[in-house]
Design a protein. Structure first.
Length: 364
């Protein structure tokens, strides 16, 4: 059977997902006073973690310009600098930052939502096969093991195409074989398929899909299904798995146009540069001159809000990466393996029905 890559795996599904949200400090409700502020001071996956490096660079450049203005420029140079700063300040609002960011992030997040909606799981296909197989089948246990392994292999080969962490854990077919997903003969078949015209890593899942079809057809021909209609339902389940995987590959390969990403990135950085150069250093009052020259919070906040907005859009363009905000596909795979083991053990299991069960309904 499959070798589990890690012993202590936390599956972010169901109740575990709710527990992880509570641990991270984000509550589903905010009825208590001050509950909304709990998430502001967290560090992981936070706004502050996105911008702290850029904030340091921004502040150093800002203060350097202030010192250059105060100590390196004469009166004429300061007058010229003030003229340039005033000129830039007038045209800061003309940059279409909000328009570009709104279009970019809405496109990226809509694509992210479509990817999440299309992500196929393995539990439905495995559950349907296990419950539809007769308990007295001659090779029922081995057939269940083979079907589960093929379903997990189909899922793994599909998501390896779009997910770098999965490719890093399983860099080649030999690594997949060592993990227990492939037999040596099956690995050789897939390697030979990749050498054929038109055969690539992207078409290997289709080979496994054909294996699943052949296994279901053989199971039906031997009369191992409880009813004849179970064959069609199992075919529909693996077709849904294949269709979901194809949608994931389509969304991942047809990414957001590079020109759009470049345009919005250039607009954000131009806005940040203008906000640095256009601040008014020549203040008449001493206090306001110090605040304007060394504490650029009013000028920096809009830029960093826009920058964080940009980062959110960039994260949504590649949800299967290795960033902490991306979907942890390694945990998802481990969860599918755990679920497959549980479903495997449920094949042929008998549940004793007691004569007098302390059910809640009996108290009504």
């Amino acid at each position: 059977m499959l070798k589990h890559p890690s012993k202590n795996v936390k599956v972010n599904l169901g109740i575990e997902m709710d527990e992880s949200i509570q641990v991270d400090g984000v509550s589903a409700t905010a009825t208590k006073f001050g509950e909304s502020f709990r998430g502001i001071f967290r560090w992981q996956q936070s706004f502050f973690k996105l911008v702290w490096k850029q904030a340091i660079i921004y502040y150093l450049i800002y203060v350097s310009i202030t010192l250059f203005y105060a100590f390196a420029l004469d009166t004429g140079g300061q007058a010229n600098f003030d003229a340039v700063a005033s000129y830039l300040a007038r045209y800061t609002s003309s940059l279409p930052v909000v328009l570009l960011l709104g279009f970019f992030t809405s496109t990226a997040l809509n694509r992210w939502f479509n990817i999440m909606s299309s992500m196929p799981g393995t539990n439905r296909a495995i559950t349907l096969f296990v419950v539809s197989l007769k308990d007295d089948a001659a090779d029922g246990r081995a057939r269940v093991d083979l079907y589960i392994r093929y379903v997990l292999l189909l899922w793994l080969l599909t998501f390896r195409i779009v997910c770098q962490p999965l490719r890093k854990r399983y860099p080649n077919l030999m690594a997949i074989q060592n993990a227990g997903f492939l037999s040596e003969q099956e690995r050789i078949i897939l390697e030979m398929h990749k050498k054929q015209p038109g055969g690539t890593s992207k078409t290997c899942p289709l080979v496994v899909y054909d294996w699943l079809n052949a296994l279901l057809r053989d199971t039906c021909q031997k009369g191992y299904f409880l009813v004849t209609n179970d064959f069609g339902r199992n075919i529909d389940a693996i077709q849904a798995l294949k269709k979901g995987g194809g949608s994931i590959i389509k969304f991942a390969t047809k990414n957001i146009p590079v020109a759009l990403i470049q345009a919005v990135t250039i607009a954000i950085y131009c806005y940040g540069l203008v906000s640095i150069l256009s601040h008014q250093i020549a203040e008449k009052h001493y206090l306001t001159s110090v605040m304007s020259g060394y504490f650029p919070l009013p000028y920096a906040l809009p830029f960093f809000f826009y920058y964080a907005w940009l980062k959110v859009g960039r994260i949504a363009t590649d949800p299967f990466g290795s960033d902490e905000d991306d979907i942890n596909m390694l945990n998802v795979l481990d969860g599918h393996i755990n679920g497959a083991r549980r479903l495997r053990n449920s094949y042929g299991a008998k549940i004793p029905i007691p004569e007098d069960s302390p059910l809640l309904l009996s108290q009504a």
